[in-house]
Design a protein around this ligand. Structure first.
Ligand code: WNU
Length: 152
């Protein structure tokens, strides 16, 4: 069995490679690792459902997911993009204080996501102004591209 120490080191070095978190001081990163949960998904599973309430932020540590969204003129949610290792999702519901705005569906077996809850997300983002500004801007851009795509 892997020790807690080994797990900590593994996720710490992984998080250091995630571009979003580049500017975070090491002690902040270590705290995030302490309060992470790891969730495992199989191909076809919904990780996030559009319209549901959500209180978690995800970082992909292994595998791949697709993002889909309900769109005017289409019966089925339409695929918007694919995300892979080092990508993250779920920030929009936390930042906009809204329900989930898209579906996240696992597209590869044995996908691992690091999960940060709302309190820890707020601590992570709140203590780092550049990250906060970056994410706010990105979330506004997502809303604009949703409108351009005629999401429902
Ligand atoms: C998009 N429109 C919407 C993505 C991930 C991180 C960043 C893009 Cl910084 P949520 C559903 C999640 C949402 C986003 C993610 O899906 N998402 C998008 C879009 O065009 N959401 N509305 N592209 S991937 C992505 C930028 O994370 O957060 O909590 O749940 O609404």
């Amino acid at each position: 069995m892997r020790t807690t120490q080994a797990r900590h080191e593994e996720y710490f070095s992984f998080l250091r490679s995630v571009s979003l978190l580049r500017g975070l001081p090491e002690e902040k990163l270590a705290k995030i690792v302490d309060c992470l949960e790891v969730d495992y998904f199989e191909k076809g599973e919904h990780i996030i459902r559009e319209g549901e309430e959500g209180n978690t932020f995800f970082i992909i540590a292994k595998g791949e997911v697709i993002v889909t969204q309900s769109t005017e003129g289409f019966a089925e949610p339409q695929e918007i993009k694919t995300l892979g290792v080092g990508d993250y999702f779920g920030e929009k519901a936390l930042i906009s204080e809204d329900v989930r705005s898209a579906n996240i569906i696992c597209s590869e077996n044995d996908t691992h996501c690091l999960v940060v809850d709302r309190d820890n997300f707020n601590q992570m983002v709140g203590t780092y102004e550049e990250l906060q500004a970056y994410l706010k801007e990105y979330v506004e851009e997502l809303s604009r591209s949703d409108e351009r795509r005629n999401c429902k």
